[in-house]
Design a protein around this ligand. Sequence first.
Ligand code: 5RP
Length: 213
Amino acid sequence: MSRDEEKRRAALKALDYIEEGSVVGVGTGSTVAFFIDALAEMKDRIEGAVSSSEQSTRQLKGHGIPVLDLNSTGTLPVYVDGADECDPHNRLIKGGGGALTREKIIAAASRKFVCVIDAAKQVDILGKFPLPIEVIPMARSYVAREIVARGGQPVWRENTVTDNGNWILDVHNLRIVDPLGLERELNQIPGVVTVGLFAARPADVVIVGGKVR
Ligand code: 5RP
């Protein structure tokens, strides 16, 4: 089965978790793009969506799905999103698509986080995929030096500005044996907006190519 087909099947399976009449939290990326297309088929049975990116917002609106403000919805029952890596404890690396900050906010504000991936995203130890970190632009070099001091190799994702007007460092050369500890530590560096580690708030359900793991 191709990776795209695995993503499509995972996205379709996620529909099982959508509650009638609810507001759905929607992530970002190619797997989520399949999910949005599938969600459109049942758009009359949901109130709307909270979107994690301008990209997903455009696709949702294109299907006529109302996009709502998280400030007015309260806690969401379900958030559906992809990931770049997923370990056996459902801890994730996210942010390959640059939407990590809004993704982390919506995941935190949701009761259930349903993560949709293809099998290649499953790893024993996180860190082969470069860890995205969103930074305030003026802090880029400072944060990069702090990361080098911790053994990482930050690479500036040039020509990328996030939906929040910030920049992204992709950190190579990390073998993340303590994801929660690293997430907390990196969060403390001034200028860091969001670390693409989802360990404090891991996924509740992981769907791999159509099967719940
Ligand atoms: C975007 C993300 C995506 O969920 C992640 O990059 C996976 O994307 P895809 O489904 O295209 O493989 O975190 O910021």
